[in-house]
Design a protein around this ligand. Structure first.
Ligand SMILES: Nc1ncnc2c1ncn2[C@@H]1O[C@H](COP(=O)(O)OP(=O)(O)OP(=O)(O)O)[C@@H](O)[C@H]1O
Ligand SMILES: [Mg+2]
Length: 296
């Protein structure tokens, strides 16, 4: 069971890219509490802000507005050096494209995060060897990335994410570039990491992978429109039905149809658009008010 103290707490976090007329609101005042030990799957169409949210939680990016508390401490205003340290100590990040350095062996890639921590080399390599063993790749220590399969590359990347002993693992479409067999191996690994007591956040476009998670978030246009934990959302019934179907079914055809349904959500409705316009206006005026308050 997850403990009831949020390890991650974000409050009214926005991310705005660009300037003037060419701005994109990638995240629109998102608030979210995540408890220690949860396994969260984040879904939503392309461009809905999933990666932006993961990058902020993973401290690879800073919010434009809002507060981010990690373990109860406000990290959004920490200096960059301090933030880098907080990130190294707490967070392991896994990318869709693996992001391994091509000239380093698997072992050296895994040991790399420890070099930034100034751990002596022998200890670094020992820790890296242990992490590679944990993902079942002890026999590939000296292989270069070009000498590994996609699934193996992602396992090396997982070992690299684990080598610092972080308590939070963030995986942005970790199986997006993998065939189904390798994807299953990666998911089983993430599941094991979760069972060891770690908090896992995973972005996925594949609804069938949400069965590994104990909480599903659905994003749209920079907002979390559905959160399984609070059962609050603008269209919970449809999503909930989809989620239930996914949890209980092994039927590939059914999964595919649910998947298609989730991709097309929500149904376009003119009244919805109107509401959304009003909501945006309300948010804008609330922001203005806050801005004025801050200036005072
Ligand atoms: N560095 C950037 N500069 C400008 N706009 C950006 C930047 N990064 C993201 N965006 C925009 O922010 C929005 C959210 O992008 P994000 O990458 O978070 O989407 P996503 O949900 O991860 O999509 P996908 O499923 O395709 O990975 C998009 O409209 C995107 O174009
Ligand atoms: Mg993305």
């Amino acid at each position: 069971m997850a403990e009831q103290r949020p390890i991650i707490s974000i409050e009214d976090v926005s991310k705005v890219y660009g300037f003037g007329d060419a701005t994109t609101v990638a995240l629109d005042e998102v608030s979210l509490d995540i408890n220690k030990g949860e396994f969260i799957a984040v879904m939503g169409p392309s461009g809905s802000g999933k990666t932006t949210l993961m990058n902020i939680i993973g401290m690879l990016d800073r919010p434009s507005h809002g507060i981010y508390k990690l373990n109860g401490r406000d990290v959004s205003r920490q200096k960059r050096n301090k933030q880098a340290k907080t990130r190294r100590d707490n967070i392991g990040y896994i990318f869709q494209s693996f992001n391994l350095l091509p000239r380093l062996t698997a072992l050296e890639n895994v040991a790399l995060p420890l070099a930034y921590k100034r751990v002596p080399q022998t200890r670094r390599l020992k820790a890296a060897a242990r992490a590679l063993d944990q993902v079942g790749l002890s026999d590939k220590e000296y292989n270069l990335p070009t000498q590994l399969s996609g699934g193996q590359l992602q396992r090396v990347a997982i070992a690299r994410a684990l080598v610092n002993g972080p308590s939070i693992i963030i995986a942005d479409e970790p199986t997006g570039n993998l065939d189904s067999t390798s994807a299953r191996v990666v998911m089983e690994l993430l599941s094991e990491i979760h069972k060891l007591g770690n908090t896992v956040l995973m972005v996925t476009h594949n609804p069938s992978l949400t069965r590994y998670a104990d909480r599903i978030l659905y994003m749209l246009d920079g907002s979390i429109v559905y959160d399984e934990a609070s059962a609050v959302g603008e269209m919970p019934t449809r999503v909930q039905r989809a989620v239930q179907a996914l949890r209980t079914s092994d039927d590939d055809e059914k999964l595919a149809s649910v998947s298609a349904m989730m991709e097309t959500m929500p149904e376009p409705k003119s009244s919805d658009d109107e509401d959304k316009g009003k909501k945006k206006k309300r948010r804008k005026s609330a922001r203005k008010k806050r801005g004025k308050k801050a200036k005072k």
